[in-house]
Design a protein around this ligand. Structure first.
Ligand code: 5GP
Ligand code: ZN
Length: 114
């Protein structure tokens, strides 16, 4: 996926503030944060959106949640809570077509969902 910005970030070919990196998952700060903590958690392998998830991706998808939990603790937002969002397709507001989970916290989320 030569033109995918998140693949480039995962590969170290585009800059980002990396918060977490392992063999399967990378997390980095959103370039336009909408909350004091706004992190994007992505699978290292290119999955375009939730529409392209296969059953054998289930452990990887579960790992996104585990990393979200760990990073929420590290960011100090666990107690007050946070919001996890995975936008999918045009109606879901997806802009970057490499599956990613938003982790947002540090303030009460104001904007309504929907
Ligand atoms: P989506 O609407 O696809 O769920 O969210 C895409 C998110 O990626 C947006 O919040 C946007 O600010 C963020 N983003 C887009 N391009 C870049 C980039 O090059 N670097 C980083 N760190 N975040 C990006
Ligand atoms: Zn990608």
């Amino acid at each position: 996926m030569d033109e995918c910005i998140f693949c480039k970030i995962v590969d170290g070919q585009a800059p980002a503030i990396i918060i977490h990196k392992d063999e399967e998952v990378t997390a980095f700060r959103d370039i336009h944060p909408v909350a004091p903590t706004h992190i994007l958690i992505v699978p290292n392998k290119h999955i375009t959106s939730v529409n392209e998830i296969n059953p054998n991706d289930e452990p990887l998808m579960g790992r996104l949640f585990t990393i979200a939990r760990v990073l929420a603790e590290k960011e100090g937002v666990s107690q007050n809570g946070y919001r996890l969002i995975v936008n999918t397709g045009p109606h879901g507001g997806q802009v970057v077509y490499h599956l990613h989970m938003h982790l947002m916290g540090g303030q009460r989320m104001r904007h309504p969902i929907g």
